[in-house]
Design a binder for this molecule. Structure first.
Ligand code: FMN
Length: 276
């Protein structure tokens, strides 16, 4: 299979209980340009990965609200070593394109996990804003919990949960702060309200009330009216993750999933297959 062949992509067979209500308004369409991610071009003409009724294998146990009996059957073409790009970033670009063109909501949302030097982990969702040969970039507050943990322990994990495609990508690596110029350039591209929000929020600190936050925002809005240049807060900025491993997971029927992991070695990237 080629990665341009969306018809052959893994699809999650919908759980009838979880099928979105067609009467409900459609969610926002992801705008890769707005995400700022280095989105590869869509020359492949990939069509949207709309659910294929033919692929539906009803799981009678799934129509329940009990998570213990929730089960999906995945149908997809195996992911073979020979399908992979030589460089994991190129492989990521292919899958990111599939996720973006498949209409996934916020395909650039990733779970970022950090840990204290004592090994106490913490996770949260963050938006990927750029990726290229140098690594993955996201923006946050350097004084936040994640920022403090990274200052003491730069090892990090990123997880892209592309459930509708029965795929996930897990990256492990080392995070470092990006340059101030790069942060400032990105900050300028953000909407005015988000710029003020970055100043208003002392991210991860305990606050007395929502009013306190709104009050700070209003003060800032008076100081920096719409159209006025807002500088990037000193404690706000980007991290770039230099990957050490990148695992590409493709779900299949009967839990016979593919897991191909690139591992960085001194002589280049090694690919190993993991048992599902
Ligand atoms: C979809 C989504 C996207 C988010 N994107 C970001 C982001 O790009 N940067 C950020 O700092 N927090 C983002 N957040 C908020 C984080 O999940 C988290 O609450 C915040 O960064 C504080 O995390 P910490 O206290 O663990 O450091 C996002 C949350 C969601 C649900």
């Amino acid at each position: 299979m080629t990665d341009h062949d969306l018809a052959a992509l893994g699809r999650v067979v919908p759980d009838p209980a979880a099928v979105p209500d067609p009467a409900a308004p459609a969610g926002p369409v992801p705008d890769p340009a707005a995400s700022g991610a280095a989105v590869p071009d869509l020359e492949a003409g990939a069509e949207a990965a709309v659910p294929d009724p033919e692929a539906a294998i009803p799981d009678p146990e799934a129509a329940s609200h009990d998570p213990a009996v929730m089960r999906e059957q995945y149908r997809s073409t195996p992911l073979l070593e020979t399908d992979l790009a030589a460089d994991p970033m190129d492989q990521f670009a292919r899958w990111f394109r599939d996720a973006a063109s498949g209409g996934l909501h916020e395909p650039n949302a990733m779970i970022v996990s950090t840990a204290t030097p004592e090994g106490r982990p913490s996770s949260r969702t963050v938006l990927l804003k750029q990726f290229d040969a140098r690594g993955f970039v996201f923006y946050t507050n350097y004084d936040s919990r994640k920022g403090r943990e990274l200052a003491a322990n730069p090892y990090i994990s990123l997880l892209f949960p592309w459930h509708p495609l029965a795929r996930q990508v897990i990256v492990t690596g080392v995070a470092s702060r990006i340059g101030r110029d790069e942060t400032a350039a990105y900050f300028r591209s953000r909407p005015h309200g988000s710029q003020l929000g970055a100043w208003a929020s002392e991210q991860s600190a305990v606050i007395a009330s929502r009013d306190e936050l709104l009050c700070r925002y209003e003060e800032l809005a008076t100081r920096y009216p719409e159209g006025e240049q807002v500088p990037a807060p000193p404690e706000w900025g980007g991290y770039r993750i230099d990957p050490q491993t990148m695992e590409f997971w493709q779900g299949h029927e009967n839990r016979l999933h593919d897991r191909l992991r690139y591992v960085r070695t001194e002589s280049g990237w090694l690919v190993e297959r993991l048992s599902p």
